[in-house]
Design a protein around this ligand. Structure first.
Ligand code: HEC
Length: 240
């Protein structure tokens, strides 16, 4: 710049000597000013967002994160098109859910855990009327076919021995073995099965199995004859 000015000064007439460089500065400054105002306004306007009008968003799932916070509501996820099947993480227990039965199924020919199960108490308090109705429904759906709707061990599958099912199911209401059987042992048999009876752990959850046991108890006559039921008699693992 200085060089040019010097050059102009040297070559041009005196009148132009001062005015021209001033004008040049003026225009350069004006251009810079206009340019910076333009750039500033572009930046400003691009930042401002009219929230009354939907803007087009590039990569919406990056702009609006779909991260789900812990304990946030999951009820509306399906409606939002997000896949969520509510399956609990393995090894976790839902709030309000009973602890799983910790006694594992015996190996073939062993009865250690079957015997140990006698120590386990029914964790559910006595059922109210609504729960009893539900427990009855569960019993009739899953057990009545063999053990009978009256818990007399004579359901339609057995039918006095004439039915397709040859093994006699126990009369849950009257058989002294069942009447004197601790709840935990019953739970073990219902969960893992007993001889020809299959296990019901996949049909009834832990709470439902304990509910059915409450139901069976409610149908039993209290106080079974003590003499007929010493501890050994309740050990039904002994093969006949
Ligand atoms: C397919 C027929 C069948 C069904 C269904 C069935 N049971 Fe049984 N159950 C049996 C037979 C047979 C026995 C006798 C098993 C033995 O001691 O050999 C038995 C035995 C039992 C015993 C005594 C267990 C023991 O340790 O001696 C209980 C308690 C019992 N069942 C409860 C239930 C309950 C509760 C249900 C429903 C969830 C059910 N059963 C469903 C056939 C059945």
């Amino acid at each position: 710049m200085t060089k040019t000015r010097k050059c102009l000064n040297r070559n041009n007439k005196k009148s132009k000597k001062n005015s021209q460089p001033v004008n040049q500065y003026y225009f350069t400054m004006k251009k810079t000013a206009i340019l910076s105002v333009a750039i500033a306004s572009v930046i400003l306007f691009s930042c401002g967002r009219d929230k009354t009008k939907p803007n087009s968003v590039y990569m919406p799932d990056m702009m609006y994160s779909r991260a789900i916070e812990t304990y946030s509501n999951t009820d509306t996820l399906k409606a939002q098109g997000i896949f969520y099947n509510a399956t609990p993480v393995k090894g976790t227990i839902k709030r309000g859910e009973l602890f799983p039965f910790s006694i594992e199924m015996d190996k073939v020919g062993d009865s250690t855990n079957y015997i140990a199960s006698r120590q386990v108490q029914n964790p559910l308090p006595a059922l109210d009327a609504v729960q009893t109705k539900e427990a009855e429904r569960l019993y009739l759906v899953n057990c009545g076919i063999c053990h009978g709707t009256k818990l007399d061990g004579n359901g339609p599958l057995y039918n006095d021995g004439k039915g397709p099912y040859s093994a006699a199911p126990r009369a849950l209401a009257t058989d002294p073995i069942v009447v004197n059987m601790p709840d935990g042992q019953m739970f073990y048999s219902i969960s893992y099965g007993k001889n020809l009876m299959g296990g019901y752990a996949s049909q009834l959850n832990t709470t439902q199995r304990w509910m059915v046991i409450h139901y069976i108890r409610s149908k039993q006559k209290p106080a079974a004859p003590v003499a007929a039921a010493p501890a050994a008699a309740a050990d039904t693992t002994v093969k006949k």
